[in-house]
Design a protein around this ligand. Structure first.
Ligand code: NI
Length: 260
């Protein structure tokens, strides 16, 4: 069984045929999904989808690149949305993105938004889905100063092995997706091989980051199977064993007991 710990079923690419996409994924053993919001609208949509499908959960939050949605009013809205919907099991995706943002003042605003949403996660007693890009140093500094009680998952992890170990110390799981299967993803493979199987979860980040052999096409929920298959070969373990470990890690880090 596979738990996709970060997917955007709320993307407009999937609007037309969500039930059939989820069924195809189910045939490949993908039995649970965390549908992740990136702004207010997509967070509302994530909750709607989670409320329509038993095996879909929602993460709600404002990604650093959607900084325009940052207002105290919207933070309060997210709080209420989580309180009113049991299927909201995480705050995300949240973090820092210095790849797309070079302006220091806006970066400072990203930090402020990140801290506000960490406080929200703690208030609601929820884990988080982290989006960090080219900002691992600052993110760790914030996470050490503002500890997240339930930690969560470092989504689309792209830092070094040494930094991954810092996140693991803070109780985060490291998420691997399509990037792991790319020929030139040397660092991602090094991290994957360098950490314990206890600290690994999988994700698609679909409709983005399509794994090999479908790279170049739009990502689909079922393609996570290719990433897990590739990862098992890389790690020289059976696919079944890896799926089991990652599945347990996903339930544990997202604090999900059962889904049926
Ligand atoms: Ni994402």
């Amino acid at each position: 069984m596979i738990f996709d710990t970060h997917i955007h079923l709320n993307a407009e690419e999937y609007e037309e045929n969500l039930p059939s996409l989820l069924n195809e994924a189910k045939e490949k053993g993908v039995t649970a999904f965390l549908c992740v919001g990136w702004d207010i609208e997509s967070s509302k949509k994530a909750v709607e989808i989670a409320n329509s499908f038993d095996n879909v959960y929602a993460a709600i939050g404002i990604i650093p690149t959607s900084i325009d949605d940052f207002s105290l009013e919207n933070i309060l809205f997210l709080e209420k949305l989580a309180q009113e919907n049991d299927k909201v099991i995480a705050i995300g995706e949240i973090g820092l993105d210095y790849y797309w943002e070079k302006d220091i003042e806006v970066r400072n605003k990203q930090k402020e938004l990140f801290i506000k949403q960490i406080e929200l996660a703690n208030k609601l007693n929820l884990p988080v889905s982290l989006h960090i890009r080219d900002a691992y140093g600052d993110a760790l500094e914030i996470l050490k100063e503002h500890k997240i009680e339930k930690a969560g998952i470092a989504h689309c992890y792209s830092g070094s092995l040494e930094t991954a170990r810092e996140f693991i110390k803070l109780d985060f799981k490291i998420a691997f997706g399509g990037v792991l299967t790319f020929k030139n993803s040397k660092v991602s493979k090094e991290v994957f091989l360098g950490i314990s199987l206890d600290d690994i979860v999988f994700e698609t980040d679909a409709p983005y980051l399509t794994p090999v052999p479908y790279r170049g096409k739009m990502n689909r929920p079922e393609y996570i199977y290719e990433t897990v298959k590739y990862a098992a070969e890389l790690r020289n373990v059976s696919q079944e064993e890896l799926e089991d470990m990652a599945y347990k890690n996903s339930l544990k880090s997202l604090h999900v007991k059962t889904y049926d």
